[in-house]
Design a protein. Structure first.
Length: 293
């Protein structure tokens, strides 16, 4: 099928783009990796596409006082190869190789992925795990929303139609933080059936203050409510790590769909968590010996 008719504008300045977005039926075109397909399938019919690809102010990854800023025109490939990201937001660097295939990574943007809020996409899950801040602008107004409040339902976010995500700000990783990431996909680079992202703080011989996010299985990234009492000790055994994983996955309410039943997804997430906890334990306490059997 072909896309329905729409008007098209490609402004050079952010102010002009925001003024165009104030009109009913206007929609941002960023990397176009999802939007063009949805137009061609007639799943959306905007009156006006506002192509933001010429707006210099939306480019760039910057190391700033308030964190690491990723502008709306930063592509997945830029994040993947950024030394600033590798050093300061290592969880993004760990996850990026799983985001789509090279052709899609070359055009798709981090902020476009946040705006789309696909439940199987990595970026929303990582933004929730790391408690990133999403900056939304419209004509005459700017606000910042915590990623943990941004995702509201299946492809639904707190963003209003006349707002553009102009940047996302990720906190810089602290020296005592340890991260883990894993996902299950039918083929490497496909959207995840189930994925997990973990952040923990190392304190002596334990990893604590765990933030665990499960994605792909629910309508929005699930920040587990079951982690406050959990610790990964240097000497925790494999069965102990498996028990932790099961305590976390017990709180899941997975969608049942062609990718599997709820129970299957819970089990898949538990396996990913168990392996990831073990991997984090090995990296955090390398050389100390641990309870692995
Ligand atoms: C074959 C294929 C495989 C993929 N696999 C994965 C995967 O494994 N993991 C993954 O995370 N993603 C995957 N994607 C999605 C891709 O990575 C992009 O993240 C996604 O297309 C959105 O980014 P975009 O810049 O292309 O946005 P677009 O397609 O241009 O826009 C998508 C939507 O977001 C809106 N939008 C875009 N930018 C903004 C903004 N700054 N402010 C407000 N609204 C905005 C648009 O109006 C539109 O509604 C895949 C895509 C394809 C086509």
């Amino acid at each position: 099928m072909k896309a329905p008719a729409f008007a098209y504008r490609r402004p050079d300045e952010l102010a002009e783009a925001l003024s165009l977005l104030a009109d009913d039926g206007a929609q941002v075109l960023a990397g176009g990796q999802s939007l063009i397909a949805s137009l061609n399938m007639r799943l959306s019919a905007p009156a006006l596409l506002v192509d933001i690809n010429r707006i210099g102010a939306l480019r760039g990854i910057e190391d700033r006082a308030d964190g690491i800023r990723i502008g709306a025109l930063v592509r997945h490939v830029d994040v993947l190869h950024s030394p600033v990201i590798a050093r300061q937001v290592p969880l993004l660097a760990m996850a990026l190789p799983h985001v789509a295939h090279m052709a899609v990574r070359n055009r798709g943007t981090t902020c476009g992925s946040l705006a789309l809020a696909d439940p199987s996409a990595e970026m929303p899950a990582l933004a929730v795990t790391l408690n990133a801040k999403i900056v939304l602008e419209k004509q005459g107004a700017r606000r910042t929303v915590a990623a943990r409040d941004f995702f509201q339902g299946l492809y639904q976010t707190d963003r209003q139609d006349d707002e553009m995500i102009t940047e996302v700000i990720f906190p810089r990783a602290a020296d005592d933080e340890v991260f883990g990431f894993a996902e299950l996909a039918r083929r490497h680079g496909d959207f995840a059936t189930v994925g997990i992202a973990v952040r923990a703080r190392r304190s002596g011989d334990t990893l604590e203050n765990l933030d665990v996010v499960i994605f792909g299985s629910e309508a929005t990234p699930l920040l587990s409510p079951a982690t406050s009492a959990l610790r990964i000790a240097a000497d925790a055994t494999a069965p102990m790590l498996a028990d932790m994983a099961e305590a976390i996955t017990a709180t899941m309410e997975p969608m049942e769909n062609h990718q599997g039943r709820a129970d299957t997804k819970r089990k898949q997430a538990a396996v990913l968590l168990r392996r990831t906890f073990r991997d984090m334990q090995s990296r955090a306490f390398a050389g100390k010996g641990n309870g692995h059997d």
